[in-house]
Design a protein around this ligand. Structure first.
Ligand code: TRP
Length: 334
């Protein structure tokens, strides 16, 4: 069986360093290894919470631009926007009807996102993992790189696929996807709280490095990043329980493609300000070509839209056999 990789990002708010190191770098690596890769911008997922349509359309472009700027080559990989491939929504409905509510009740992300206002949360937010299952199963993806916060959704996808295969199809209709957890090594945490993931939706902008931040902003954010009163730890034992120190070390290691140990070797015993200065310089060097490429693409949206049109046409073609098969199996009219 050939490998088919699929992963997606929501076009919500600004993309930040965590998306780059935790996902995009990996997307590019997989592409360069020669796997068949499909990367989606999932705007249907975005409307599980209210969105301004103009901003959503622009954010969708911006996420696609970030993919390309980070090194995803639209000639080698598929880049598509979910809403341009109607089969996602069509398959999601079928899977919704096949998924027991009990399975969804276990999803921790819904509990976190809906919080105490469960009754006001949309049905879409609740069934969002089923739409994600549709994204994956539609393309018969074999491997899905996701952060560890999405692991539960991937397990649900597998359960849904197995259930469909057992109940509706005589043969193995859906490919059972393998998770590909990319989190741990490059899990980027908030610059203000080393126990919270760096997030594009966190309230304070100082918690994250956005892919659109300029050099001054990056320097300022690292300078103000929370640390502790000690020196930079020189080894894993010294780093124990020091979440903020470990985060900066981890970011430095990921950006320079080395290990945390190597970084601790280099900076151990020095002031945090030394590490922060080096980190700012490194981040600016790595991110500025991406930022400027992103800006270029966003300045010429006609060109970007053309690239997306090609990707969307190909995604529609790839999705067609699965959707037709489901229509047939379900007894629908096509
Ligand atoms: N739920 C994922 C997130 O919020 C995004 C996503 C949607 C996704 N569909 C997907 C990821 C399919 C991988 C595969 O991060």
């Amino acid at each position: 069986m050939t490998k088919r990789i699929l992963s997606c990002m929501q076009p919500t708010n600004k993309l930040q360093l965590g998306n780059y190191l935790g996902a995009l770098v990996n997307y590019v690596k997989l592409q360069e290894e020669g796997a068949e890769c499909l990367y989606g911008v999932v705007d249907l997922h975005a409307i599980t919470v209210p969105q301004d349509p103009q901003i959503l359309r622009q954010s969708t472009r911006e996420t696609a631009a970030a993919y390309i700027a980070a090194g995803i080559d639209p000639k080698k990989s598929f880049i598509f926007t979910q809403s341009a491939v109607p089969a996602h929504a069509q398959l999601a409905w079928v899977l919704n009807c096949l998924t027991p509510m009990g399975w969804l009740n276990r999803m921790t992300q819904f509990k976190e996102k809906a919080g105490k206002k469960k009754d006001q949360a949309s049905l879409g937010l609740y069934s969002y993992p089923v739409l994600m299952a549709a994204d994956i199963l539609l393309y018969q993806a074999t491997h899905v790189p996701v952060g560890d916060d999405q692991k539960q959704h991937l397990e649900l996808t597998r359960d849904i696929a197995i259930s469909f295969n057992q109940h509706h199809a005589k043969r193995e209709f859906f490919t059972i996807p393998e998770p590909f957890i990319t989190g741990e090594a490059t899990r980027v945490m908030s610059l203000r709280d080393g126990t919270q993931k760096m997030s594009k939706s966190a309230e304070s902008d100082m918690t994250r490095i956005n892919l659109t931040d300029d050099a001054d902003m990056i320097a300022q954010k690292f300078k103000k990043a929370k640390t502790d009163a000690g020196m930079v730890p020189a080894n894993a034992a010294e780093a124990q329980g020091r979440a903020e120190a470990l985060n900066l070390i981890g970011i430095y290691a990921a950006l320079s493609d080395t290990s945390k140990d190597a970084v601790m070797n280099e900076f151990g015993g020095k002031q945090f300000s030394d590490l922060k200065t080096a980190l700012s310089d490194l981040a600016v060097a790595k991110l500025s070509p991406i930022t400027s490429r992103m800006n270029e693409l966003m300045d010429d949206t006609a060109e970007l839209d053309k690239i997306l049109k090609v990707g969307n046409d190909r995604a529609n073609e790839l999705a067609e056999p699965t959707l037709n098969g489901v229509m047939e199996i379900m007894g629908f009219w096509s």
